[in-house]
Design a protein around this ligand. Structure first.
Ligand code: DAH
Length: 356
């Protein structure tokens, strides 16, 4: 055994001990450089090889390489251990104590000490309440995408290209796909089409969701708002069923003594179509400013599913019939809570939001 081989073994042992002793990542990096770097004792050994015989050089060279490989392997393992420990220490140090926050009693959000707890937004809680009411009546809840194609938002709803009724909805188009083909849905009615297309009949479903229109915001309009759609498709469904469901919903949601009525209207996807009104929830029908003294508030549209819509989704209109309805959730919240300006719903002013 040449003394180079012995030295290499000694350097290996010393290096191992030195690496293992490094208490943190910085010190480890320093140790690693000293042991395996260009100026390390191990590297210096290489320069002594040239004095040896070819055979001695081979043996000693292998010993140096073995020591270097073993140290490099050890260093890699220690480095990953230390990095992991470093990460855990950092996370533990940065961890915030939230126990005080979460154990604070629920209360108004107005407490600027940061201890108040929040609650659902008025529109969200109204949507939840609507869902609960319909679910209790036997409906399921379905959802669909907010970015839709022309087919779902218009065409399958009995509005071929250039149909004048498309003008009822000021539409925001997306620069996606073919020009004019992808848009932000202007109503929740496209979810009807998706549901009917899925082919599972009968359907008793409500479909809440966000909608978009190219509208200037004002006291009664938001360009981003929410609707809830209802759809029933079964054998022998009649207009009487539609009127009955609207009435049952009105009483269940607004309370006893609250009623609904229908007025003739037009929607391309329903025939016949109607607008439905409910007893004014502010004056309970007595007449007030909100309902312009009529005692009624217009809520949404409805009607019997047009046979053309059934054909577009592959349902036989001779065998099935159905009705649909849709109304604005934000509008409903506005009426029920007597909000003079709908834009307050989007301002995120906690003094407003905490009142509901
Ligand atoms: N989609 C209509 C709108 O946004 C509302 C509506 C009317 C939905 C009649 C329906 C319906 O399902 O049958 O103005």
């Amino acid at each position: 055994m040449t003394d180079i081989t012995t030295t290499a073994k000694e350097l290996l042992e010393a290096g191992r001990a030195r690496l293992a002793a490094a208490a943190d990542l910085d010190r480890f990096v320093e140790a690693e450089r000293e042991i395996l770097g260009k100026k390390s004792a191990l590297a210096a050994l290489n320069s002594r090889l040239r004095d040896l015989t070819p055979e001695g050089r081979r043996v000693a060279g292998e010993a140096i390489k073995a020591a270097r490989d073993a140290l490099a392997e050890e260093a890699a393992r220690l480095r990953s251990d230390l990095t992991e420990r470093h990460r855990r220490d950092r996370l533990a140090a940065e961890r915030m104590d939230l126990t005080e926050l979460s154990s604070a009693p629920p209360g108004p959000v107005l407490d600027w000490s940061g201890r108040g707890t929040g609650h659902l937004h008025l529109v969200t809680s109204t949507r939840d309440e609507l869902e609960d009411t319909f679910v209790a009546m036997g409906f399921t809840v379905a959802e669909g995408p907010e970015a839709e194609t022309d087919r779902y938002n218009f065409e399958a709803l009995n509005m071929p290209p250039d149909h004048p009724a498309r003008g009822m909805w000021d539409t925001l188009y997306l620069h996606l796909g073919d020009p004019g083909q992808v848009l932000l849905r202007t109503h929740t009615s496209p979810v009807q089409v998706r549901l009917m297309e899925s082919g599972q009949l009968p359907i008793y479903a409500v479909m809440p969701g966000r909608c978009y229109r190219r509208d200037t915001p004002d006291a009664r309009h938001l360009p981003v708002f929410h609707q809830i759609e209802g759809l029933v498709v079964d054998r022998a469904i009649t207009f009487g069923d539609l009127a009955g469901v609207i009435e049952a919903f009105t009483t269940a949601f607004f309370g006893p003594g609250m009623h609904s009525r229908l007025r003739p209207s037009f929607f391309p996807f329903t025939e016949p179509s109607a607008e439905f009104e409910v007893t004014c929830p502010i004056c309970a029908g007595a007449g007030c400013r909100t309902c312009s003294n009529s005692g009624w508030i217009e809520l949404g549209g409805c009607g019997m599913v047009d046979p053309n819509v059934f054909e577009a989704v592959g349902i036989d209109p001779e065998e099935y019939s159905g009705f649909a309805f849709g109304f604005g959730i934000d509008r409903l919240a506005q009426v029920r809570s007597s909000l003079s300006d709908m834009r307050a719903l989007l301002d995120n002013d906690v003094r407003f939001l905490s009142q509901f």
